[in-house]
Design a protein around this ligand. Structure first.
Ligand SMILES: [Zn+2]
Length: 282
């Protein structure tokens, strides 16, 4: 799933490429992806695009007084192509055709249709439910006292940090990296963190998310690839050695994601119960 660094680099690259281009037409072959009908999608036709920006984990394509708000969910990609998609391309969800021959395309891989887009009047974007409910961005991280207020909830850190209403931009991949960098247990209650631990978490947001973005700036060219080269150190690395202390990275499998952590540095040496494993052993 694209998270803050991936969506931010996508916005930067797309914005540089489409700013100033005029829209020829806009279509939604994957009808279910478009969640609004007024204004109609084709109201974009004839407008000049101002650019693309990131709002939380969403992308906003601005064209005059209209904004196409896009959520990629887990398998969506917003990419620019230099030719038009065949209408039989089943991955296409939204096509914004530009007069210069390029096409901005929302595609989604896999069988599920979860990526969505809304065409909104630009002055209404802030009030849209998906935007209005967002917490502050995880990068750059909020100041320590503001972060302390956000964390003052009796919930485990792993789900809390992925809750976009608390803090925006973190998902299943980067949460593992942040907690590992800050040497915090995914099951630590956020409200029980002391000031020093909160500061470690804040520094981790800065270092890890900022570092990922710097990495993408270096390795990603003008076109956004289908799969970004994510600089991950613990996520999806169960069974490998922790790059810091050498202990074996452990994983806990949930229904639709895997949590990875270093038991030596994050959970006081304890290997936590893997629900999938315990179900298999029953
Ligand atoms: Zn370690």
């Amino acid at each position: 799933m694209p998270e803050l660094p991936e969506v931010e680099i996508t916005a930067r690259r797309l914005s540089a490429a489409v700013a100033g281009a005029r829209v020829e037409s806009a279509l939604a072959p994957g009808l279910v992806a478009l969640k609004t009908f007024d204004p109609p999608l084709d109201a974009l036709a004839g407008r000049r695009l101002d650019g693309v920006r990131r709002i939380g984990k969403m992308l906003a394509v601005d064209g005059g007084d209209l904004t196409l708000l896009v959520h990629l969910m887990s398998a969506g990609r917003l990419q620019l192509f230099d030719s038009r998609a065949s209408l039989r391309d089943r991955a296409s969800r939204i096509l914004v055709r530009l007069e210069d021959g390029h096409e901005l395309r929302l595609r989604e891989f896999g069988t599920q249709q979860r990526a969505w887009a809304k065409l909104l009047r630009s002055d209404a974007v802030r009030e849209d439910e998906a935007v209005a409910t967002l917490g502050p961005d995880a990068y750059p991280p909020p100041p320590l006292d503001e972060l302390g207020g956000l964390l003052d909830q009796p919930r485990h850190l792993h789900p809390l940090l992925r809750d976009q209403r608390t803090i925006a931009g973190i998902g299943r991949s980067w949460v593992d990296e942040l907690l590992w960098t800050a040497r915090l247990s995914p099951f630590q209650k956020a409200s029980e963190l002391d000031g020093e631990a909160r500061e470690r978490l804040r520094l981790a947001c800065d270092e890890v998310l900022g570092g990922a973005l710097d990495h993408y700036e270096e390795v990603i060219g003008d076109a956004i690839p289908d799969k970004l080269p994510m600089p991950l150190q613990v996520h999806r690395r169960a069974g490998e050695d922790c790059p810091r202390c050498g202990a074996t990275i452990q994983a806990i499998h949930f229904k639709d994601y895997v949590m990875c952590y270093c038991p030596q540095e994050q959970t006081g040496g304890r290997v936590l119960k893997d629900r999938r494993l315990s179900r298999l052993l029953k």
